[in-house]
Design a protein around this ligand. Sequence first.
Ligand SMILES: [Zn+2]
Length: 307
Amino acid sequence: MPQVEAFEVAKDVFQIDTKLLSIPHFCAVYIIKGEKLALMDSGDHTTADTVLAGIRQLGFQPQDFSYIFCSHIHLDHSGAAGQLIKQMPKAQVVVHEKGARHLADPSRLLASYGSLGGDPALQALVKPVPPNQITSVKGGETFSLGKDKNIQVVATPGHSPHSVGYFYDQHKGLFCGDSVGVYLAEEKVLMPVAAPGYDHELALQSLKTMAALPLEALFFPHWSMHKNVKDIFKFALKQWGDWGAFAEGLFKAGKADQIEGKLRERARQELKAVQNRKSFFEYLTGELVTLSAMGYTGYFSRKTPQG
Ligand SMILES: [Zn+2]
């Protein structure tokens, strides 16, 4: 295994680049070191070995971990949990109660990914998490990692019904999953992410809930830690609001079939600064827009009374 990009990003918080889809600086997992060790998201089922290598490279041992905190059950955030837990015998996988059964039995989740064109050979890497190693939460719970190091669960539904954020009091930091979107600080890009099961109203509400927390840092899986929290939430509320309104406008004009194409045009414009990272740009404006279009279309269809 070549050297993994893994480093201390804040005191006793370590970031590992999982190199999802071989794209650098796209998908991160984090380690919090207290008296107990916690992994924040497992990363994708295709990058479990990178995460394990990163853990060891940083001088930790998988068997010493007490928790894997999953922000939600989309595969890039929890797909490796079943593989990792085999080497973390005393760890609990913490997940929203609406996602728990899919970690214990991924078959339904994989079927839905399969129907979206996911690769079955790769999906076979998604392993079940033993039920006795799953702790379900719904928001409000607190987990102690040691003195003055507590993780508090914050429900952030919208992006998915099973999204939660984890507030870490030591840094007043929130591990926000996908609930704030994909934020690329260097390129000044913030891309909302809808997905099947998306709820626009809840997504905006969750952004306001998160913005009201006493935060000094945001830890993004996509991508990295940032301290300009107020600016990010302002940007996020605008972007999530605008994209939703844009999709809604098309939907109400009877142009639901154009949502994907028009969103793609919009994304290609807004993400111009990412263009030189070719495969990343193509993923964001390709597959991710397709997913978002499904999320918006599903949401506005559910919202519209059937005649
Ligand atoms: Zn997600």
